[in-house]
Design a protein around this ligand. Structure first.
Ligand SMILES: [Zn+2]
Ligand SMILES: [Zn+2]
Length: 277
């Protein structure tokens, strides 16, 4: 699964117009109560970039800062944008219990839940912290880590609380590659995603990390396409200036690989939208 070769592009010179970013963190990495002052710059950045459909997906451990009434107010102030209330639910061993209760309680006010695996064996550190998370890979069997990671992804899917999987192959973040063929592992996971009728995101965040590669890899994207799994587009912005980061490169990649639709969500209902050229 390390090959990044693409099939012959059908329209390699076409530029798809990407209009949606479904992964962003207005609170960054701490609790910051939602206010118009916090949220409006994100709407302004979206408009400047030509994005018309955005989803706030703060980490679930900061759910205390999310205020649905403030999101409604932002919608009233920005009627030209579709603004979705979302959250990124992960496998945090300390905070997950309370977070999942909150997600269930607010299910009908949430448009969208991203599912992520950020934790392996250590409860005190996300393995995707850069650079410190790389410690968790030292002197370890990388194949076993990959197997463990994808098992955790399937556990997360099994909660039934996820609409879309975020950064599906995040485990590559620090550049560690499996020595064994992980095709079966990925296929099993994608089949589970398909069976649960979920989507996966195409995340440009991988291009700003040590691995310097889109999440997920081209080979995973191709397998997902074969299975009819739909995609969202995402930057995983932790500041409004990162919104839509590298979307021109993403559009080019999607064009080459033959993706012509993205999905959007309203109260967990998915619609697929054809991309304009
Ligand atoms: Zn994440
Ligand atoms: Zn995120």
């Amino acid at each position: 699964m390390t090959s990044e070769t693409c099939p012959a592009p059908e329209h390699s010179n076409t530029r798809l117009f990407l209009f949606s970013d479904y992964h962003m963190h207005p609170q960054g990495h701490r609790v910051q109560r939602y206010t118009q002052e916090l949220l409006q710059p994100w709407a302004d950045s979206a408009r400047r970039l030509g994005l018309t459909d955005i989803a706030f997906t703060d980490h679930d451990r900061y759910h205390g800062g999310i205020d649905f009434d403030e999101i409604d107010r932002l919608r009233e102030r920005n009627p030209d944008l579709q603004i979705r209330a979302g959250i990124e639910m992960d496998n945090d061993p300390v905070h997950s219990g309370a977070s999942r209760q909150w997600i269930e309680k607010n299910w009908n006010r949430l448009d969208f839940v991203l599912g992520s695996v950020h934790f392996l064996e250590r409860a005190d550190q996300m393995f995707d912290s850069v650079p410190n998370g790389a410690e968790q890979f030292e002197d370890r069997n990388i194949d076993e880590i990959y197997t463990d990671y994808f098992r955790r992804v399937r556990e997360l899917i099994a909660t039934g609380l996820v609409d879309t999987l975020a950064h599906l192959d995040l485990i590559k973040i620090h550049g560690h590659r499996p020595t064994a063929d992980i095709g079966i592992l990925v296929t099993q996971t994608l089949e589970f995603i398909r069976a649960r009728d979920l989507a996966i995101e195409l995340s440009t965040a991988g291009w700003r990390k040590p691995v310097n590669e889109l999440y997920p890899s081209d080979s995973i994207i191709e397998l997902a396409m074969e299975k009819g799994i739909p995609f969202t587009t995402a930057s995983d912005a932790h500041s409004h200036v990162q919104l839509g980061e590298n979307f021109a490169n993403l559009a080019h990649k999607m064009s080459e690989i033959g993706i012509r639709k993205v999905c959007i969500f309203g109260t967990h209902k998915r619609a697929e939208v054809p991309l304009q050229l």
